[in-house]
Write a protein that binds this ligand. Sequence first.
Ligand code: C2O
Ligand code: CU
Length: 545
Amino acid sequence: PKSRDYVFNVTLGRGNPDGFDKSMIFVNGQSPGPLIEANTGDIIRIVVNNQLPEESTTIHWHGIDQRNSNWMDGVHGVTQCAIPPGQSFTYEFNVTGQRGTFWYHSHDSLQYTNGLYGPLVIHDPDEKVPHIDDDKVVMFGDFFHVDAEVLLGEYLKPGGTMAGVEAPPDNIIINGHHQSNCTLTAGKPPVCTAGSLYKTRVQSGKHVRLRLVSHSTSTPFLFSIDSHTLQIIEIDGVEVEPIAATRVFMNPGQRYSVLVTTNQTAGNYKMHVAAARSCFHMGHGTSSFASVNYEAIGILSYDDTDLNAADIGKPWDLFGASNNVTGKEPWESQCRDLPFNLPKPIRKLAAYEVGERNNHSFTFSRENVNGTVRTYINEILYEPLLDDAVLWRVNKVETQQKGLSANWTFGADQFVMVSQDVDKGVQIVVNSNAMMMHPFHLHGQQFQIVGWGPGIFGEGGETTWNLENPMRRDTVTVPGYTHVVLRIRGDNPGVWALHCHILWHAEDGMFVQIAQRMDELENQIKALDGPNGQHPFRGRFCTVH
Ligand code: C2O
Ligand code: CU
């Protein structure tokens, strides 16, 4: 095993991914940040220098298990105090047993919406995927011209016009690129230079792996390439029996590797990243693509085709009718993370047996609380528990307007101890008692998706089970008014976040903490602590800075 060393200088600066000049957060001057690459078994070490003038930060390595290194998970207020401005923190962890496509992002408020994210790839000669000639990361996400912390303040502010309303994005960007219509300046930043499309070259007659990563804040997408079939070969770091698709549906935080055979005539081909409202509902009659209404495009160019000659139409006409995409095939075939058509992992693993005391169920419902939206968990509304590090941040001028801090730690009641029967697996049921779908992400391990059905688990709606070789991944879509049954081994000591990856929701309370093997964790921390109890995990409640 090697050690892979990186230095991340996190800075505030001006950027214009789609042409509109705005304030952004960069890693080493860029967004997306640099690609982290390692082989399975390596140690990754990243020195994060927080050079932001006023904000604390953390970085989370989305999809990395952090086996026996919970304190490196980078979740502000859960696994560490955020790194104050001007200070540094070194993340160090190994990636044994993992391979595939991951990403990293700030886990402190909405900083990734402002640009703090990047790709992370783990190679493994034993990865069970078809032959690959070329390998590219394609990251995309929704994009906002207004600073995300301002939008979050509006979202959380009781009684405001945007209270509880997920801000509609201004654009979609692909690897930090897109174009804008600079004549639409109403309420927009003053400086606009039209931007540019993401363009990439491939050779004819090759097998190209595109590693698709959604860094969206809330928008789900359909990805496609004109005239090309996509073979899905990997999902969230799990190799799957290849599936041919024309479009791939992705929610925030999810990854898909698709294999593209460059067997068309030389030329430019459009990549489409279309905002999609499909897959929202399952079994509720809404089965249409009709509400797909805007998209970003990129260009996949063969050989030495002139990229400038690309017929790109009006990519900036985001909300115009000209870019409407309507259904070309049954919606069921698109929603690959939905239960009825889950792919099969190539590395087989039967569903874990559930220990008698290891059965947990969360019902998330969304209600109006004092003029904004908050999430109830099992009918309880958790109040934010402000800690010193949070207060440090709240005292800053721009966060004072928020009403509620964007940056809270939830009450201790939200802890769920999941490993009482340590020789058995754990079942976690997520009930969505709300209209829209929620992509739930679990830290610290992949879960098995073993069951699903309409309504609340065990209360009428039938559960369909899949126990033989269930799909494993780390982010799953739970459609509105349905339940999804997850299982984990539950043997990774730590406190692990389970939350909706729509950031507005994570910030309004759709967030629980799963505690596993706390006795072992205690011993691990003691071993790291040294005589003065200085290890950052000791500061979980962030009393010292
Ligand atoms: Cu990708 Cu808890 O996050
Ligand atoms: Cu949600």
